[in-house]
Design a protein around this ligand. Structure first.
Ligand code: PMP
Length: 439
């Protein structure tokens, strides 16, 4: 790794006061973490002055990159008038109106501070509305760190159980067995098997939680057959369908639900809708969100949150969404396609077995030519995950920031030249990854 003395010193200090010097596993790196100093457009400058092109956008949330003038102005304006109040503010009304206008399945919105909380609250709404306990979720899919939502992401095949009834596996040690017992794990894009698992839960099934393109299960788009089965079966079983759009909202002007043509009861939102500030939202049909209604006495679900709907997030989120016009989605779409094609050419030039999954501005690199269909298929090539992590480290030295699992998120300030710059970093990095000289 390129030497970064200021980062090394910061990391030495961090190790004394933070576990392993780290506060987000997703940004951990060895032998030390490299600290960001500033961002501009689609580039980040670290504390030692090295500039890199940012192909993660803070894990997909910064769709407009850094320093977008309109978002800046909105955020600074709000900071000057007040960062948070023990009162509602007009911004929450406007942001909700925009989300309800754009997302076909959203009538109402309620705010929290992260995608984790949005998913947690959606599950609580579904349980309160149905009076049932079981949550079904896709094997390997990440939905934040609420206990039931984080089950079954274990990379060890011996933990998986058979394909007909995938096991509900704890992610955090100490997760109560009762939590695991109330989660039904379904295989991604396998409509027949998933339907059998759901039906077996009968009147206990409260909700199905699904991401239409789950990153950690491969960033593979859900099939129409799978999504329409989930919609049909949840309706028949009187359970709710929760769509996690924390990442995939950025797939189109009408969100993932517009792009995939799915009509969820509840939608979990986060990331992009906060314009770069902490955010989460539980959105959906008014009938279900009525479990929060306090107008006639104690609501079925209690929910507040000191910083929920904080005005700086609301102002920045409004500006970010107003900047997200249909034309910007066309631009993001073409950047994603340019990258996918360019990466495929680059892999071919180097004779590497690799592929790119994803859609639009969200792409993920896999160092395997095996057919990728679901979470389990990601582990068919033993070295694939390590090689992607090696590639991420190597391109970091070549001036590109990407996630260690190969996830990339492109942003509106990027141009075709920026994508070419990313691809040429791949060209330089790949030989080092292939000969293992970076390990
Ligand atoms: N759902 C999905 C699909 C996510 O990717 C994430 C975070 N990457 C979350 C939920 C949790 O969001 P947060 O990190 O804001 O808690």
């Amino acid at each position: 790794m390129t030497d970064s003395p200021k980062s090394r010193d910061l990391y030495e200090r961090a190790k004394r006061v933070m576990p392993a010097g780290n506060t987000r596993h997703t940004v951990y790196r060895q032998p030390y973490q490299v600290y960001a100093a500033s961002g501009d457009g689609c580039r980040i400058t670290d504390v030692d002055g090295t500039v890199r092109i940012d192909a993660t956008g803070n894990f997909t949330s910064l769709i407009h990159g850094y320093g977008n003038p309109r978002i800046r102005e909105a955020a600074i304006g709000q900071i000057e008038t007040g960062t948070c109040f023990g009162m509602p503010t007009p911004g929450e009304v406007r942001l909700s109106e925009i989300l309800a206008e754009r997302l076909p399945a959203v009538e109402q919105v309620r705010y929290c501070n992260s995608g984790t909380e949005a998913v947690m609250n959606a599950i609580k709404v579904a349980r309160a509305y149905t009076g049932r306990r079981v949550l079904a979720k896709v094997e390997g899919a990440y939905h934040g760190t609420y206990d039931p939502a984080e089950t079954s992401q274990d990379a060890r095949p011996e933990s998986w159980g058979d394909a007909d009834t995938p096991a509900s596996v704890a992610t955090a040690r100490g997760t109560p067995q009762g939590v695991l017992d109330d989660v039904a794990v379904i295989p991604f894009n396998d409509a027949a098997r998933a339907e059998r698992i759901l039906r077996a839960k009968g009147n206990d099934l409260a909700a199905v939680l699904v991401d239409a393109m789950p990153n950690r299960a491969g960033l593979i788009p859900a099939s129409d057959e799978f999504l329409s089965m989930l919609r049909r079966v949840t309706r028949e079983m009187e359970a709710l369908l929760i769509l996690d759009e924390v990442i995939t909202f950025r797939l189109g002007y009408h969100g993932a639900q517009g792009r995939f043509g799915v009509d969820p009861d509840l939608t979990a939102l986060g990331k992009v809708i906060g314009g770069g500030f902490p955010v989460g939202a539980i959105a959906g049909k008014a009938e279900y969100l009525s479990v929060y209604d306090p107008s006639e006495g104690r609501p079925a679900v209690q929910h507040g949150g000191t910083f929920s709907a904080n005005p700086v997030t609301m102002a920045s989120g409004i500006a970010a969404l107003e900047e997200l016009t249909p034309a910007t989605f066309d631009h993001l779409e073409s950047l994603g396609e340019q990258f996918a094609k360019g990466a495929a050419d680059c892999f071919a030039r180097h004779g590497v077995k690799a592929q790119v999954t994803g859609l639009g501005s969200l792409r993920r690199i896999h160092m395997t030519d095996a057919s990728l269909t679901d979470f389990r298929s990601l582990f068919a090539t033993p070295d694939a995950a390590q090689q992607v992590a090696d590639l991420a480290r190597a391109v970091f030295d070549e001036g590109v920031l990407m996630a260690a699992n190969g996830l990339m998120a492109f942003s509106t300030p990027m141009t075709r030249d920026d994508i070419e710059e990313i691809l040429s970093a791949f060209d330089r990095a790949l030989p080092r990854v292939l000969d293992g000289s970076d390990r």
